[in-house]
Design a protein around this ligand. Sequence first.
Ligand SMILES: NC(=O)c1ccc[n+]([C@@H]2O[C@H](COP(=O)([O-])OP(=O)(O)OC[C@H]3O[C@@H](n4cnc5c(N)ncnc54)[C@H](O)[C@@H]3O)[C@@H](O)[C@H]2O)c1
Length: 422
Amino acid sequence: MGDTVSRRDFVKTGMSVSAATLAGCAPLVHAGGQEATLKIGLVGCGGRGTGAAENCMNSAKNVQLVALGDMFADKIKTARKNLSAQGHDGYKVQDDTCFSGPEAYKKVIDAVDLVLFATPPGFRPIHLAAAVEAGKHVFIEKPVAVDPVGIRKVIEAGEKAKAKKVAVVAGTQYRHQTSFMETIKRIHEGAIGKIISGRAYYNTGTLWSKPRTKDMTDTEYQLRNWLYFDYLSGDHFVEQHIHTIDVTDWAMGAHPVKAVGVGGRQVRTGNQFGNVYDHFAVDYEYPDGRHVTSMARQFAQTPGHVGAYFEGADGEANVYAATISGKNAWKFDGKISIADAYIREHTDLVESIRSGKPLNEAAQVAQTTLTAIMGREAAYTGKVVTWEEMEKSDLVLAPTNMEKLEFGPVAIRPVPMPGQER
Ligand SMILES: NC(=O)c1ccc[n+]([C@@H]2O[C@H](COP(=O)([O-])OP(=O)(O)OC[C@H]3O[C@@H](n4cnc5c(N)ncnc54)[C@H](O)[C@@H]3O)[C@@H](O)[C@H]2O)c1
């Protein structure tokens, strides 16, 4: 089966979900058999956010992008230019529905039915909680927090979302990609026997960084270079490798019980790279003493390798390539397309809203994010870190009040040193 996007044939009406909700209806969109307009807004108008807004408009009929929010006005300007250039008939952003500054997210939440959050992960727990409190459907990019306290807020917001019947879908898009779904389904059906061990890799080159100008405060510099600051990104093991960690938890059908790891900063050592590491290797122990090795690095001019492999008594699964070798050899015969997955996660989200059966992925993505945080903490501290410790941990990375962010000096924590950290 190919990884194609299924679309329903929606008929346009003028009524939005907000109007339906305000009129006292459940957030269903059926009006005399017709689908109402779903108003969406984006908070975090960078690369992925702009892509997600486009993906969401393309995911189903009658999805209108009406509001944009970002910390910085220049980012909104660029996103407007890029999004309007596509000529999508769902693009309805106006000057008075564009909001900048630390409180922009509140205004976007007020203006729409569904909010897409693609800000640095350190803000996710606050933004998610505010959207759910307001009864709005949510798409949250991964990862969903940078520390265990943030994870608990996400789990709480997810429970509230269930009670309020609002959807929460996460940007762990492989969960919506047919090749991944088919491969993991076969693993769960026993195609390779019980998993004995696994390997997961996110070895890539370096990412972008922005120069510091004379007038930039620490806050602005760090926000514009959020990848390199632990309290904003969670470090690349959490920010990027989460995709393969998500596949690992999914394949294993569990979270790990403990982790031990190593990591450091070997190549990317300058101050402009904040306080994060450039390489990690973590050994996760899952229930029944089964181990998964998890490695991530961001080194320029080295070969990249992103993948997840699982071995069982009857064979091996290569999840990214969608193949199984051994007793029950199999190969996915459709298209392996991440571009389709980026749309399909929104199709699934919108359909779940319109059918009145909102998807809720909050607990799932919170588990995966905590798995990644646990691996990072194992490398940062040099200690064996257990799941119970992580669940109870009061660790907060933010050196500043993220709810009432002010622009000025921000003292970041030193680069973590195993044996000295926490
Ligand atoms: N699912 C995927 O494959 C995928 C791919 C890339 C990025 N991502 C995730 O998407 C998120 C955004 O990544 P990106 O690459 O688009 O980064 P980016 O830097 O291009 O965009 C982030 C935007 O958020 C804005 N911002 C920062 N703080 C804000 C705040 N408090 N309120 C409003 N706006 C704020 C920034 O100004 C910037 O425009 C991250 O969580 C990242 O991990 C996911």
